[in-house]
Design a protein around this ligand. Structure first.
Ligand SMILES: Nc1ncnc2c1ncn2[C@@H]1O[C@H](COP(=O)(O)OP(=O)(O)OP(=O)(O)O)[C@@H](O)[C@H]1O
Length: 277
């Protein structure tokens, strides 16, 4: 484990049992570094979602999933542990592709977790809500209607609200599962800008089908193919000088734009369509 690794997998193997047994991850050992955004990419069915959801045991929702190996959060095992599952999932938050607000106000969508788990005064809760909504660039859009239902926001605003809700739980790691793919281009751009800000402060693991998005946002990249890690590298090396022939083919097959290392992280929403696999 490198000094700044926050979460890592050790020989993680996930098999889905049933009529057709599928080994979705084939002994995967990867590190995720502190305050970096790591993109998991690869062709459809290569195991991206399985790897992401294994990090906080979400894949266990699938009753036919079997796992061997281990995930370590800091140095704490995530599987062989007495730590309650809700606490693991608080430490490793998950933001899904299709955001679902709680059926309560905008304010309570963010305050919900802190209200349940903490003993905060109204003033402290106000502060938490404002801080988290500012972090996801939503505060100015909702400050005058915090008591309105969260469901009344646009899909892009709801995605940022869900991000704020996850952040209010003070996670160590944030898992983002194709969080812009269900959004219109402008909303996708806003969420992407938010992720670009958040990665300064949070360890983020992101599954994306968009090579352009990975180029714009990722510090590190993991390339999966049929359940194996083919290459893991910093994003610049990965996209400019891939070390593996298969990575090279995959990157070239999706290369629509040059890798841009400039300061401008603003996404090109027109290039965000998932590549044909
Ligand atoms: N519940 C399940 N039962 C059986 N097989 C499954 C299950 N969930 C996933 N799989 C299989 O495991 C493999 C990896 O799936 P996974 O969803 O992790 O891939 P992915 O890279 O995220 O795919 P995509 O890009 O299409 O979302 C695939 O072959 C998939 O069909």
């Amino acid at each position: 484990m490198t000094h700044d690794t926050v979460i890592r997998t050790d020989d993680l193997e996930v098999t889905y049992t049933g009529k057709r047994e599928v080994t979705a991850l084939n002994g995967v050992s990867v590190d995720f570094s502190e305050n970096k955004l790591t993109a998991i990419i690869g062709p459809s069915g290569c195991g991206k979602s399985t790897l992401l959801k294994s990090l906080n045991r979400l894949h266990e929702i699938q009753p036919n999933a079997e796992i061997t190996g281990e995930v370590y959060l800091e140095d704490d095992p995530v599987y062989e542990t007495d730590e309650p599952l809700p606490e693991i999932r608080r430490r490793v938050g998950y933001v899904p592709q299709k955001p679902t607000p709680l059926p309560v106000s905008i304010y309570n969508n963010v305050a919900y977790g802190p209200k349940i788990h903490g003993d905060y005064s109204r003033e402290e809760l106000d502060d938490i809500v404002e801080t988290q909504l500012r972090k996801v660039n939503l505060w100015s859009e909702v400050e005058d209607r915090l008591d309105s239902p969260g469901a009344e926001l646009s899909t892009g605003q709801i995605q940022r609200l869900c991000l704020a809700r996850s952040l209010a739980a003070e996670p160590d790691v944030l898992l983002c599962d194709e969080v812009t793919s269900a959004l219109d281009p402008i909303s996708a751009e806003q969420v992407e800008e938010t992720l670009a800000d958040l990665k300064e402060e949070y360890t983020i693991v992101m599954v994306t089908h968009s090579m352009e998005q990975a180029k714009r946002l990722a510090d590190d990249v993991i390339f999966l193919y049929l359940g194996d890690v083919i290459e893991t590298n910093d994003a610049r090396t990965f996209f400019e000088n891939p070390q593996n022939e298969r990575t090279q083919e995959f990157v070239e097959g999706h290369a629509a734009v040059e890798y841009d290392d400039g300061d401008d992280t603003a996404p090109d929403s027109t290039a965000d369509a998932p590549p044909a696999e």
